[in-house]
Design a protein around this ligand. Structure first.
Ligand SMILES: C[S@@+](CC[C@H](N)C(=O)[O-])C[C@H]1O[C@@H](n2cnc3c(N)ncnc32)[C@H](O)[C@@H]1O
Length: 232
């Protein structure tokens, strides 16, 4: 997906609906945020966290509550998504702990070093493998030595029997979230077209090629998989 298309996908309308549309899936996010919290528990008390594709701020708000001295840098190319993120940070009283960067990781000024980074449901929008690796490399460049990355994406081997079965559970979840039955099938259509859904092995490999140690899969909710990995 090209950058301009991204701005259209995560436009104002989508940004305003983003948190409510899949509210009934919040338990999935909560599970992932809990796993993140556990993996990040050993970071310094005053850690600096880079959140790429921060969206409306879900992961920042979750971490900020648990780790009261951490600082966050939200990198987000969609202005409307970042506006919602800022408002939520204000409402939570954490604005002073946040830096907001409207743009891509490549345009983030060299800041020294982050202790850890997150990329939650972001790299899947980069259709070209080499660009996806470059995305992970760019994150890597902002990390301290041995800095941690947590990356989550929709991942599956689209040709596999497992996917043929799991996709029905995924569609069931869309119905559960309140999506009209006639629209539910459209939720799989972008897979492989505008969302780069790759096998677990390949997704992990793309992260590793960005300069990370063997990525470890540590959380799965249906098709959403999360890995952690350390800067080599
Ligand atoms: C599905 S949302 C996830 C938002 C948030 N991380 C969450 O878990 O709720 C994906 C976000 O990534 C942003 N995004 C997409 N491609 C990106 C890229 N190449 N670099 C940074 N952000 C990107 C989109 O604008 C959108 O806000």
């Amino acid at each position: 997906m090209k950058n301009q298309e991204l701005a259209i996908v995560f436009d104002k309308d989508r940004a305003l609906k983003y948190d409510s549309q899949f509210k009934k899936m919040d338990a999935f996010k909560d599970a992932l945020h809990l796993c993140m919290q556990l993996k990040f528990a050993d970071l310094p008390e005053n850690a600096n966290i880079l959140c790429v594709g921060a969206g409306t701020g879900a992961e920042i708000l979750a971490m900020a509550k648990i780790f009261p001295n951490w600082q966050f840098t939200a990198v987000e190319p969609s202005g409307p998504m970042l506006t919602v993120c800022r408002k939520k940070a204000e409402a939570a009283g954490i604005t002073a702990r946040c830096t907001f960067h409207e743009g891509y990781i490549d345009s983030l000024p060299e800041s020294g070093a982050f202790d850890a980074a997150t990329s939650i449901l972001v790299s899947q929008f980069i259709m070209d493998d080499m660009e996806r690796i470059a995305f992970f490399k760019a994150i890597n460049n902002h990390l301290k030595p041995a800095g941690l990355l947590i990356s989550a994406d929709i991942s599956a081997d689209l040709e596999s029997k497992n996917f043929a079965s799991l996709k029905n559970v995924w569609l069931q979840m869309m119905l559960y979230c309140g999506m009209p039955e006639e629209s539910v099938h459209n939720m799989i259509k972008p897979f492989g077209e505008t969302v780069s859904v790759q096998s677990l092995e390949k997704t992990a490999n793309l992260i590793a090629k960005g300069g990370f140690t063997n990525p470890i899969l540590f959380c799965q909710t249906l098709l959403i998989h999360a890995w952690y990995a350390e800067k080599v």
